[in-house]
Design a protein around this ligand. Structure first.
Ligand code: CTP
Ligand code: MG
Length: 379
């Protein structure tokens, strides 16, 4: 029988959240639920060590897992494991930090197989940084990196062996072990390692809880005005320029638009608005609203950027593609890029411009289409 101990009795101080980090929702589920789901297929018993004051919130999260129950943890992680270990019934025990919600099935399976074969299995990753012994601000020595590993959880053992190790540590009055492999190594023997996973990180600092990046995409098309329409007296179409990315570009014909017709900025605004899960520009700046007649699209972009910031996001980068048979845009690209980058809070902006090889409405010179993609990160 396999038992799992989930250590969840910390306070998550370094995460700076208003609650214990194990309750924080990631991808729609609390951190603790992710950990429970990862182990449920393998464990006949899951003992969750938690703080008594958290019990009211922990118990409902355990309800979907019939093999899970809670025990009161202790003041240190070592104490919490000791409390849970006293209750464990399986002959194999895997100890895992609830704060590592993304442990892959492969790592759990390898740990179990290693315990069955060698009596222990500890998830470990080869060190990527050079690591030094330091005292009084000076490096004493640097061990060869090839023999250094970062230890993760799960850490699996034969339950009786780990119990003995913890009992002997208690007899020696030792409470300085930061994980179970340390206790086992001091009193039972050399624990075996299995390959851990970079995704199996322990969520510790605020940035570890940041929502994932958001992607956004937008498209817009505006038609060039025909001479007869201009002749019909729609005065503002009788312009000798167009606006693209906030830059004025000479053109023998204007684009038909209620606003200034900045098709690239319109595509960009839709990319931003859809990335934050909002409505599109037609909703926010209706065409039939006289307030937006001849509007400067760069000003509308400012409003959209406010919404992006209010949503807690910043722009990581933007990529714009403009299809236009005319006018020639190459001489203006750099100016357009700088204007948009400034409007997006300094984010890198790339702009590509091309013709449509004389095909379709763009190729026939009847209009311009712009595409925009954005990547948002958290502020
Ligand atoms: N843990 C525990 N009992 C304690 C302290 C920690 O069960 N007395 C658990 C945490 O809940 C966490 C794991 O051990 O799942 C790893 O500890 P850590 O990342 O340090 O979590 P916290 O102690 O909660 O965070 P902090 O140190 O920032 O307060
Ligand atoms: Mg801690």
């Amino acid at each position: 029988m396999i038992s799992v101990i989930l250590t969840a009795a910390g306070s998550g101080t370094r995460a700076g959240l208003p609650e214990n980090k194990i309750f924080c929702e990631l991808h729609g589920l609390p951190v603790l639920t992710h950990a429970l789901s990862a182990f449920a297929p393998y464990a006949e018993e899951i003992v969750v060590a938690c703080k008594t004051e958290d019990l009211g919130r922990v118990l409902p999260l355990l309800a979907p897992f019939p093999q899970a129950r809670a025990v009161a943890g202790g003041a240190t992680r070592m104490e919490s494991v000791r409390c849970a270990l006293a209750e464990v019934k399986g002959e194999i025990v895997l100890v895992h930090d609830a704060a590592r919600p993304f442990v892959p099935a492969r790592v759990i399976e390898d740990c179990i197989a290693s315990v069955k074969q060698h009596g222990s299995g500890v998830a470990a990753l080869p060190a990527t940084d050079t690591t030094a012994f330091v005292s009084e601000g000076k490096i004493d020595s640097i061990p060869p990196r090839t023999s250094l590993f970062s230890l993760q959880t799960p850490q699996g053992f034969l339950t009786e062996a780990l119990r003995t190790a913890y009992a002997r540590a208690a007899q020696d009055g030792r409470c300085d072990f930061t994980d179970d492999s340390g206790v086992y190594a001091a009193y039972c023997g050399q624990p075996h390692i299995v390959l851990g996973d970079r995704g199996n990180r322990k969520l510790t600092y605020p940035e570890d809880f940041a929502p994932p990046a958001r992607v956004g995409f937008g498209v817009d098309t505006h038609a060039f005005a025909h001479q007869e329409e201009i002749d019909r007296g729609i005065a503002r179409l009788n312009l000798n320029y167009i606006r693209l990315c906030g830059v004025t570009i000479p053109s023998d014909r204007a684009l038909i638009a209620h606003s200034d017709g900045d098709v690239a900025v319109h595509a960009l605004m839709d990319a931003l608005l859809t990335a934050i899960g909002g409505r599109d520009i037609g909703y926010h700046f209706p065409e039939d609203d006289p307030a937006y007649r001849g509007a400067d699209s760069m000003q509308l972009l400012e409003t959209v950027m406010k919404m992006v910031h209010e949503g807690g996001f910043s722009v990581q980068n933007a990529s714009i593609s403009i299809l236009a048979e005319r006018p020639r845009l190459a001489p203006y690209i750099e100016k357009m890029r700088a204007a948009l980058s400034a409007a997006l809070g300094g984010a890198p902006v790339g702009i590509a411009a091309g013709t449509n090889e004389k095909l379709g409405y763009v190729g026939e010179g009847r209009g311009i289409t712009a595409y925009a993609a954005v990547l948002l990160g958290t502020l």
